[in-house]
Ligand binder design. Sequence first.
Ligand SMILES: Cc1cc2nc3c(=O)[nH]c(=O)nc-3n(C[C@H](O)[C@H](O)[C@H](O)COP(=O)(O)O)c2cc1C
Length: 467
Amino acid sequence: MKKQIHLNAFEMNCPGHLAHGLWAHPEDERTRYKDLTYWLELAQLLEKGKFDALFLADVLGVYDVYGNGNDPAIRRGVQIPANDPMMIIPAMATVTQHLGFALTASTTYEQPFAFARRMSTLDHLTKGRIAWNVVTSTLRSAANNHGLDKPVGHDDRYEVADEFLKVCYKLWEQSWEDDAVVKDWDNHLYTDPDKVHFIDHKGKYFSVAGPHLSEPSPQRTPLLYQAGTSAKGSEFAAKHAECVFIGGHRPDVIRRDVEEIRRKAVAFGRQPEQVKTYGLLTVVTGRTKEEAERKFADYSSYFSEEGALLHYSANTGYDLSAYSDDEYLEYVPTDHGQSLAALFTKDAVKPQTVGEIKKALSSIGSRGLLIVGDPEEVADRMEQWMVETGLDGFNLTQVVTPGTLQDFIELVIPILQQRGIYRREYGTESTLRQRLFGGQDGKLPAEHRAIHISRRELGHDAIPQSK
Ligand SMILES: Cc1cc2nc3c(=O)[nH]c(=O)nc-3n(C[C@H](O)[C@H](O)[C@H](O)COP(=O)(O)O)c2cc1C
């Protein structure tokens, strides 16, 4: 069988995700984001397109780096207003049977005990269709919203994240044995206390006694996503992530990152195929190339350059308003996102002036791969990039919502299906993890550190909660 393309839709619970300014386009329905019907329709559309999952980004503060102020982001609607991504999932799960939901949540500002319970709840309610995009949060504004004067430093955030995951693994994987819940009506025994364990975690950042409050969910640990390919980021991904989301528009650089993550995963005792990689992709298509190009020109006339600049500034820590256009932007490690900081600096083909970077950012889809073309051309390019980069699939972003996805599903999906590189129907697998990785029970494989760390630390020593 030919290598299959995996597809997620990349979205956010807000009127302005990545296509800055496009909320004003007459065909765009993004401002309906507060309506549950908007999300139900989107979920049903994605299931019609046989997508793996809806991937929901999130942010926990205003993008305030550009010109050191909040107003531009608020004025342009750049990821503010933004509602909670978790809340919309159960409703979408009721109108779908197969679609997965990948939810972004931060290890810097969540508390692992409460978070693990909310994720288990979602995994139960969706019958094993939940994924977690593990982020560490970069913004000062987010730090200020959570009791800190400044963000935790870049590498330290990953250290916190590592311990956060360890706590979650203990709660998800070891606190409850598979057969703890007996529901023995005759003996009035709901759960066998000997099979529910404290975790008694006492670490540098977290102290959690347990036991987990939720009984084991179909996947136990939700499918784990990560994005961010700095040295620390890719090490974290290689240790923990089952799916890695890689930004950027240069296939050779994406290939480098894909190979790096797989190499590091092997060094952590995992199989290279236990990590799937996804690129960021924007597709504008129509029945003909001319139609696609006409649409792109129309959409571009709504695109907000200021929105793109302030988003980039906040993500990288480089305040583009503080440079003159003829200055060359040099890569300096930042406490923000180092992979995005590298995109137009050390990962660029040649040194770029700030003016050149601004121009590039002013185009739709500049942070990732972009295709404007007829459906055959789109399918060709996707296939070509899968080969060139080694990616397993794409997170598709929308320009006009839901028109971008409607076009893609109506025009491109049938071609991918005819070429034998995309499913015609969902399989019989019951969880999201099984859809991506196969396996018997939807749980993490034994090689994953969640299993051996939590077993080693708790395993035989786990203390029944009744003692
Ligand atoms: C493609 C992509 C998508 C991301 N989505 C989010 C997101 O939704 N929310 C968030 O807080 N951070 C997001 N990030 C930021 C990363 O999670 C990470 O914190 C950041 O890139 C810093 O890591 P790095 O230095 O390893 O790149 C994203 C990063 C990339 C590359």
